[in-house]
Design a protein around this ligand. Structure first.
Ligand SMILES: NC(=O)c1ccc[n+]([C@@H]2O[C@H](COP(=O)([O-])OP(=O)(O)OC[C@H]3O[C@@H](n4cnc5c(N)ncnc54)[C@H](OP(=O)(O)O)[C@@H]3O)[C@@H](O)[C@H]2O)c1
Length: 485
């Protein structure tokens, strides 16, 4: 199998916040890898913009250090690194002041034929300000694009306000809202598996699917990010965006075409079909401390904080396809393993000639996002050998790293998405109304927690969350899958 690399057209990408963590860890290394792969033209320009005063040469040296830190050594080729650094430029710009805007506009004016994109890798309070400044300098031209990333609001009202601010200066087709989960190979493969194969789609409904579990588990706590995290919590930080997107791609109807609006329309229908949750559909928790690390409260300013570091939900999608199939979502910090996966568990056969089958877990499709991206089908076969008909469950495994080894380097989510921005392909991004609909579903749950006066349940680090989480699935006769890498 040979991977096809199609170079994109020459572009100018301005990174607001080019000296920050996201730019150093993801954006610059991702762009380097695409240049090394032959996809980013050497005539492209990446223009860093932040308040820090530095020269072009100093920015290039800072970028070199970022590549050395965040690109795997075998992928760092000295000549390619130099070629990449030669595409970098820097303009000191203060988003909230006058400094630098005229210089930035003049620089972009040198190459009017380049595709123009502005990546807002800055705090969300600056998204609207930058959009306004760009318009004020005549840079919000119809073909230009802006890229923004979570947090896209804190609730429905603030998400609406943000959408409104951006839409004053940019059309919806110019706004790229990144959710990097959508850039993952496996997530796109979920769509390929569903819509490019004949045998899954007829089974993809409540007649055949018993339940679905979506898990995003982390082993790290909130140390170092306590201030931000405590103002958000697992629901805002993970469920409203990443997990909602995974839910949508799992549950949506086949779009008529693989085009941005057709895909976004189907995702939006899923979110709007979600039943409101009751308190009984939710379990939220906070981790305790142990010898290795402090408790949740040790890392945040408010000793009485009720922000959740864990949440599990039982969701129902009220439509013909999914009525009767629960979707269980859980995410949390300081859990037993770092793991992101979607598990679609099928019902048992309607009639069995093998009594033992009832003791087995049944068919499941396990879509693993990390670690080790891949898809596994759990099937039941006869245990090999003599001694009667004994059944055993085995995985039919398609780990992409093995299966696609010949293809070479699989692009990381950010690199794929940044190049989609340049290509003008919004399929793997979130539309404004999707973001608002997701908030409209999560806001009432957060409100219910607050109004009930209840506290998050405590759980041990290295566990699967508060013990009460097991009741959520067992009430329906189901079991959570173990959180193990
Ligand atoms: N880091 C991640 O992994 C990650 C993941 C998901 C989402 N995000 C989101 O991505 C954005 C950036 O995150 P980050 O972690 O990179 O933040 P960060 O490390 O704090 O960097 C912020 C950047 O913004 C610049 N900046 C601040 N005020 C500015 C102003 N008035 N004008 C121009 N530039 C200004 C800073 O440079 P100067 O101080 O030199 O101006 C710096 O380069 C945030 O919205 C964050 O929520 C980050």
């Amino acid at each position: 199998m040979v991977s096809t690399v199609i170079p994109v057209r020459p572009f100018d990408l301005v990174i607001f916040g080019a000296t920050g963590d996201l730019a150093r860890r993801k954006i610059l290394p991702g762009l380097y890898r695409r240049l090394a792969a032959g996809q980013m033209p050497t005539t492209a320009r990446v223009i860093g913009a932040a308040r820090s005063r530095m020269s072009q040469a100093e920015f290039r040296e800072a970028a070199r250090a970022a590549l050395e830190e965040f690109v795997d050594a075998p992928a760092l080729d000295a000549a390619q690194v130099d070629t990449f650094l030669a595409t970098l430029d820097y303009v000191p710009v203060d988003a909230t002041g006058e400094d630098g805007w005229a210089e930035l506009a003049a620089k972009l004016g040198e190459r009017p034929d380049h595709i123009r994109a502005f990546y807002m890798s800055v705090g969300p309070n600056l998204f609207g300000v930058i959009a306004e400044r760009l318009a004020g300098c005549g840079l919000a031209t119809p073909p230009s694009r802006i890229v923004v990333e979570k947090p896209l609001g804190h609730d429905l009202a603030s998400a609406r306000a943000l959408n409104l601010e951006l839409s004053k200066h940019f059309e919806e087709h110019q706004i790229y809202r990144i959710d990097h989960y959508l850039g993952k190979e496996t997530v796109q493969n979920l769509m390929a598996i569903r819509f490019a194969n004949a045998f899954f789609e007829p089974l993809w409904n409540s007649r055949h699917v018993e339940h679905v579990q979506i898990t995003v588990a982390e082993t790290v706590g909130v140390a170092g990010r306590g201030a931000y995290y405590d103002s958000a919590g697992a629901m805002r930080d993970m469920v409203q965006n990443h997990m909602m997107q995974l839910l949508c791609l799992t549950a949506m109807e086949p779009p008529a075409r693989f085009e941005p609006d057709a895909v976004h329309d189907e995702k939006l229908k899923v979110i709007r079909a979600l039943d409101p949750l009751t308190l009984a559909d939710t379990v939220r928790g906070q981790y305790r401390g142990n010898n290795e690390d402090g408790s949740y409260h040790d890392h945040v300013d408010d000793p009485a904080s009720r922000t959740e570091s864990f949440v599990a939900l039982r969701a129902h999608i009220a439509n013909w396809r999914w009525a009767g199939t629960p979707f269980y979502l859980r995410t949390g910090k300081r859990l037993s393993a770092r793991l992101s996966e979607i598990v679609v568990t099928f019902r048992q056969p309607p009639h069995t000639i093998f009594p033992q089958i009832e003791a087995l877990k049944g068919n499941a499709l396990i879509i693993r996002l990390q670690p080790g991206e891949g898809i596994t089908m759990r099937v039941t076969i006869k245990e090999p050998g003599p001694g009667g008909m004994r059944l055993v469950e085995v995985p039919l495994d398609m780990t992409f790293a093995d299966a696609l080894a010949e293809v070479g380097d699989i692009p990381e989510a950010y690199e794929r998405l940044i190049l989609d921005v340049i290509r003008g392909d919004q399929t793997l991004f979130m539309r404004g109304d999707e973001v608002e609909a997701a908030w409209a579903w999560t806001d009432p749950i957060i409100r219910l927690w607050t109004e009930s006066g209840s506290k998050p349940l405590l759980y041990d680090p290295g566990s699967a969350g508060p013990i009460e989480v097991y009741k959520l699935t067992s009430a329906d006769g189901h079991l959570w899958r173990e959180i193990a890498a």
